[in-house]
Design a protein around this ligand. Structure first.
Ligand code: G6P
Length: 452
């Protein structure tokens, strides 16, 4: 049956793993896009989520036809997929929008890049064709993120009757970074997105940057929808018995020490290394915290097909081990790194943390900064980077830091740890109110209405 509401995203709500005995098991993927969209779509049972098979196990799931209702997973040629996802989306577009290049060496736009770009165009076409097939007359289609920037234009050609939105979950690059892209590629990206009736971003800053790039002085097609969290749902999840069990385990390990928590994919833009350096500086400059605080760093693996991510992951473990070697005492380990994507454990950490460290160099929104105050039991002081999209809404009650300034971050951690309990609780309440202003279901409905 043709669908009236469709979303398209590279990542689907679930991805599969294939065991040695041939059984498939499904798990929820990491990242803000999946948490936001999954929550939004739980209230849209008739919607269809079109996504890519990300791995051999996913492709096997498509072949066995085990995918969830409301999900269509596209079995895309593995080489084309690798070119589009690893080669262009994650190595070029992600790096451009997050300003991550090591500029003396990168980026390089050569014949190899052109070959991969061809894969990206074809991968976008595969989505456009699938959407054109599945959409009812006049249906509304919400296309997600930098993986699928060309889809709105391609789909418009195939199906002029549809109402199309595009939403970007990342920042939008500054002029300097966008201008590094070959001019024709930059044009195709912007024109592709402008195939949509409405182009959405998490913050005013990213929307303005896009308008500059697109030479738009008419605001009508660009809109800001700052994704927030659903307090009731998140609190219910955080109260489950398995989360209680994780909390008890953590308490047993940490005792009554203070905790500084972070939860991220091991992602270059999350600035985990400078976060660890700041913690080391805190222990050096404020030795009174030695033995009295533990840094819980959840840094679960992401995009490990790319060497820069593997190297970064190794560097994070190495630096954490160095800090432990330097400061550990008989009954105190200063940093506990967890590399498992364990949502129950993350929720337990959210409940107990005294301080949250959210210091990305640049981030579309950062939902962790919004989730922690909502779930926190006794109040949590949030040390927040000016580079996070969430800064626009949370700046008043967070302790804000320049993400490159390790010393300032160390001082902010000290201030956060020293904050009187009553002040921390008050700030947490106001942070939670700001964080829940536009929960996923409303965020999604607002975009649908804009297409009506
Ligand atoms: C960010 C992107 C999402 C992506 C997520 C996880 O939040 O905006 O589109 O899904 O990271 O990254 P991955 O490459 O694992 O899908």
């Amino acid at each position: 049956m043709a669908s009236q509401v469709l979303v398209a995203a590279n990542r689907g709500p679930l991805s599969y793993a294939l065991a040695a005995d041939g059984t498939l098991s499904a798990r929820r993927g990491g990242g803000g896009l999946v948490s936001g969209l999954s929550a939004a779509l739980s209230e849209q049972p008739e919607a269809l989520w079109v996504c890519a098979a990300l791995s051999d196990a996913d492709r096997e799931a498509v072949r066995r036809d085990v995918s969830e209702p409301g999900v269509r997973m596209l079995d895309i040629d593995p080489t084309m997929y690798d070119d589009a996802y690893n080669g262009i989306a994650n190595s070029v577009l992600w790096f451009t929008h997050h300003h991550l290049y090591d500029v003396p060496r990168e980026p390089v736009f050569d014949a190899e890049f052109r070959r991969r770009w061809g894969g990206y165009v074809a991968y976008n076409e595969a989505f456009a064709r699938a959407l054109a097939e599945e959409a009812a007359e006049g249906a509304r289609v919400l296309v997600q993120d930098y993986h699928l920037a060309l889809v709105p234009g391609q789909l418009r050609e195939l199906r002029p009757d549809l109402r199309i939105g595009h939403f970007t979950h990342t920042p939008w690059a500054s002029r300097e970074f966008l201008d590094m892209l070959p001019a024709d590629v930059r044009e195709q990206l912007v024109r592709g997105m402008l195939g949509a009736d409405v182009v959405g971003f998490h913050t005013r800053a990213w929307a303005d940057a896009f308008m500059g790039a697109a030479h738009l002085d008419d605001e009508r097609r660009v809109a800001v929808y700052p994704l927030g969290v659903d307090a009731d749902e998140l609190r219910a999840l955080a109260r489950r018995p398995e989360v209680d069990a994780k909390l008890a385990e953590l308490r047993a390990e940490i005792g009554d020490r203070r905790t500084i928590a972070r939860v991220d994919r091991t992602e270059l833009s999350k600035n985990i290394l400078r976060g660890l350096l700041a913690y080391r500086e805190l222990l050096t400059v404020h030795p009174e915290w030695r033995g009295r605080v533990v840094h819980l760093a959840s840094a679960y693996p992401s995009r490990q097909d790319l060497k820069v991510y593997r190297d970064y992951t190794a560097a994070v473990s190495e630096l954490a081990a160095q800090i432990n070697a330097e400061f550990a005492a008989e009954d105190w380990q200063p940093v506990l790194v967890s590399v498992k994507d364990d949502f129950a454990r993350s929720l337990a950490v959210y409940r107990m943390a005294d301080v949250a460290l959210v210091n990305p160099v640049r981030d579309g929104m950062n939902l962790v900064a919004k989730e922690i105050p909502v779930v926190s039991e006794a109040g949590c002081a949030v040390v927040l980077s000016t580079g996070a999209g969430a800064y626009e809404e949370l700046r008043r009650d967070a302790l804000t830091v320049n993400p490159y300034d390790v010393s300032a971050t160390a001082e902010a951690l000290h201030a956060a740890l020293s904050m009187p309990d009553a002040e921390r609780a008050d700030r947490t309440k106001r942070l939670a109110a700001a964080a829940t202003a536009l929960p996923p279901a409303q965020w999604f409905k607002a975009q649908l209405s804009a297409l009506a």
